[in-house]
Structures are given as structure tokens and as C-alpha cells.
Ligand binder design. Sequence first.
Ligand SMILES: *Cc1c(COP(=O)(O)O)cnc(C)c1O
Length: 354
Amino acid sequence: MLYLEKITIERVKNSRLPEIDFSNIPFGKIYTDHMFLADYNGGEWKNFRIVPYGYMQISPATPALHYGQSIFEGMKAIKDNAGNALVFRAHDNLNRMNISAERMCMPQIPEELFMESLRTLIDLDRNWIPTEEGSSLYIRPFMYSADEYIGIRPSENFTFQIILCPVGSYYSTPVKVKIETHYTRAVAGGTGYAKAGGNYGGAIYPAKLAQDKGYHQLVWTDGVEHKYIEESGTMNVMFVMDNTLITPALSDSILAGITRDSVLTLARHWGMKVEERKISVTELLAGLERGAVTEAFGAGTAATIAHIELIGYEGKDYHLPPVEKREFANKVYKELDAIKRATKPDPFGWITKM
Ligand SMILES: *Cc1c(COP(=O)(O)O)cnc(C)c1O
């Protein structure tokens, strides 16, 4: 209740909701009626406000535009039968946002501010949460420098903002991925573990080169030798090899995905053998050749599980078994979906009702 009574609300005059065709929502293009903003200056958060979603005024000299002083988060909510919004692991997203903030010399967001602004905004735009099978409300909190100064230094002014975006059923066709051996997403000592804007801008070009060759996305490898697997696109990557769930151990060049953690938690809960460790490209390819790699998938909020159909390396494609045969990935997808929709119990306390 620390911030709740301080949030001012300016409602839209006319909701855009009646115009939206919920049976056909493109990802990331439609936003709800309202957005939340808060300003940081003089060492504190202030001006908590919800206003109609729309264009904003920012200084042309803000370091957010020039030097990438910006961070973001991504999470999802669904609506249960009683009309409650169920938000998945919001506290974990906040923790991660604060880790990103520290790395980028930005202020921490207090838990009450994050949760209360989210609650107020979601409550106002509750009717925007799609109810169609598989659809959800994507929540995008972000923070950026609001200084007017093109020198490079820690900023003094920041804006914290939340926008909401209904998303349709993300039916993911299995993806073709290519192991990247030249470009690098993140390096030791860099910002790969933070959800910082620049990490993504720099990844678009190498991903496009792979797309021109017929792949959907890249499997990133370490920035020193390109010898060890790191992530897949903007998802964490996992393999079932010799009946063991294997994923790269976290490091400062790997983003600590909340889906990753959820999948590992469930696998351990089910008694499956789990290994978080280095996986070399050589080991993976050898595993694929001897048929020991029975599953490969990306894990992230957008799709939850993105099955990998084939893995390309230096011109050769290594195919994986058909998706129907992937017992673990299909089971974990179903279980996570049921927990998120509260059609199954939530043994790990992942759901916040709003
Ligand atoms: C956001 C992200 C992930 C997945 O994180 P989730 O919390 O599961 O959505 C993985 N890798 C990168 C690089 C990311 O930006």
C-alpha cells in the first residue's frame, strides 16, 4: 500500500477494446488502453501515473537512445474462470530487473512499486486479457535513462514504465537453428545476464544472416572459442541426451530465464536427472550422430517451449526426432500451462492473483 494511493489515473475517453479481433492478434502490435509510468529523480521514485497508452515526449539527448541505457522484462498473465488475472512469477521478473538495473547503473525498483503498479494497471485493463485458448496478456516493464545529456556517465533521471499487450496462442512450429561460430551475443564480463536493450540490437544482424540461409534462429556459443553452447535466439536452450536433461550452467553471458528455472524445477520434482553444466558443440554433435539427443528446445516466456527441429553446424544439418515423440518437453509444456492457468495446483508459489 506504499504506492497505491499515490498512483494517479487518467482514463481513456474511448476504449479501443471493441475494435480488437481477439481471434487474430499479431504478437507485439496491439497494446491495451493504458500504461504506467514513474519518474526517478533526486534519488527517489515519484509521479506514479497511469495514462492512456500513446506516444511520449522524451529528450532527443537521452542516453537511452544514444548509449542503450535501457532494460526490460517480459512476463505473462492469463485470466481464470472467476475473472482474476494470474501473473506467472512476477517477483522473479522484478528480481531479475533489479539485477539488470544494477549492471546498467540504474536505480532499484522497490517490490511494492513494481507489484502495486502492475496490479493497478492490470485491474484497469482487465478486459483486455484474452480468454481464447492459449492466449495471454504479455506484460512489458522497462526502464530507461531520462537524462538530457549526451556525455557518458551514470544517469540521474530515469523512467520506469509498464505496457501490456494481448497475445494470441503462440503455436510454435519447430525451429531450425544454426550454431553460430563467428558472431557473439555476450561475453564474460559483459551484459549478457542482463535484459539490456543493446544485447538484442546487436544480435539482429547475425540472426538475419542465419535466416537468409533458411534457419529461424541461432544457437549462440561462447565468445572466446565458439566451443560451448550458450542460448538459442532469445531463449535458454535445453537438451535431453541419454535420458538426462542438460542445459548450459548460468554465467554472466547467459540470461537466467524464469522458464528455464521452471522447467528445471519440474524436472527435478519428477525425479529426472538434470545437469547444468558446459556443453561443447563437439559433445552435442556426437550425441546427435549416435541418436542420444532425443529432444532439444528453447525455453522462454513467449513460447514457453520452442521445439528444435534441426541443428545446423558448418553446412551440415543434424535432425531431431519428431515432436510427438518428445516426451519430456511435451509433458513439461502441459504442466507449466496448467499451473499458469490454475487448472492444477501451484506447488512452488509461482502465481500472483491480481
Ligand atoms: C528473456 C530471455 C530469456 C528467457 O527468459 P524467460 O524469463 O524465461 O522469459 C532467455 N534468454 C535471453 C537472452 C532472454 O532475453
